[in-house]
Ligand binder design. Structure first.
Ligand SMILES: C[SH](C)CC(=O)O
Length: 268
């Protein structure tokens, strides 16, 4: 839009999220890889603040560049595109893994089995995310999803003993995707009689909580690239139960009305 170059249009600012997010590290890497560091700044904030700015700009068809990821409701709500990343700074498609603290499997085999069997698709997660974005409380959107996907949830709970009020503590970060997944698996556990405590923390404390044993589990580890630093830092101090969702994506994201297509186009 307009003849001014895109940098001038967005005063050389990329709207990011919380500083602990791996997406922010990946964006810093991309800014280095594409020679943007001298002119561009990556604005820190939160996922909620980023989506609020995206909404504001989009409704006025103004230019904006955000740090985006899939699954996310933003792609079903707005007509957006990822900027091409020819240097591969954002890595390849990833999965979201479930991690538990050491000893959890022995102490709570039933809940561990349910967490181990938890697996769903991007479209499932986006269903819940859109409902929350449209105003539903996360626990209500999660309850609706669990109630309307009995067959799928039965695969998660197959072979697991009832909880009889046994406690499970889950930690997560306030990314829309993890608000959805953590509330859904919590509802599935509660349906089986487990008592679930949810704790929203920053990314670093989330990994530290599971590795240190103050939390039982998380369903929010973006691997192998996005959370590599956290994963390596605590290697050996947690159990990796593998993916609960496959085929995620990260990158710089812009409304389709902007006439740029690649991160290369941001170079001054
Ligand atoms: C924002 S993605 C859900 C995760 C991350 O970037 O750390």
């Amino acid at each position: 839009t307009g003849s001014k170059n895109v940098g001038d249009q967005v005063n050389y600012e990329i709207t990011g999220i919380d500083p602990g997010a791996g997406l922010m590290k990946a964006t810093e890497k991309a800014m280095k890889d594409y020679g943007l560091k001298n002119d561009w700044t990556l604005k820190e904030g939160s996922s909620a603040a980023m989506t609020a700015e995206l909404k504001k700009a989009y409704e006025k068809k103004e230019p904006i560049i955000v740090t985006g990821w899939t699954p996310h409701w933003m792609f079903s709500k707005y007509d957006l595109k990822y900027l091409k990343d020819p240097k591969g700074s954002f890595g390849k498609g990833e999965s979201i893994h479930t991690l538990t603290r050491k000893g959890f499997k022995q102490e709570n085999p039933g809940a561990n089995k349910i967490l181990d069997q938890f697996f769903w698709k991007s479209s499932d997660m986006e269903d819940v995310m859109v409902k929350v974005q449209d105003g539903a409380k996360p626990e209500d959107a999660a309850e609706d999803w669990v109630k309307s996907h009995k067959k799928q949830v039965a695969k998660w709970t197959k072979g697991a003993p009832k909880g009889n009020g046994k406690q499970v503590s889950l930690v997560y970060v306030a990314w829309e995707s993890e608000i959805a997944s953590t509330n859904v698996i919590a509802k599935a556990l509660e349906q089986e009689g487990y008592k679930v405590k949810l704790q929203q923390v920053e990314a670093g404390p989330m990994f530290a909580g599971v590795a240190g044993g103050s939390a039982d589990a998380m369903v929010a580890a973006w691997l192998p690239t996005t959370h590599k630093d956290y994963y390596d830092k605590y290697k050996g101090k947690f159990e990796d139960l593998g993916p609960n969702l496959k085929g995620t994506k990260l990158g710089l994201t812009v409304p389709k009305y902007m006439d740029i297509d690649s991160i290369e186009d941001l170079k001054k």
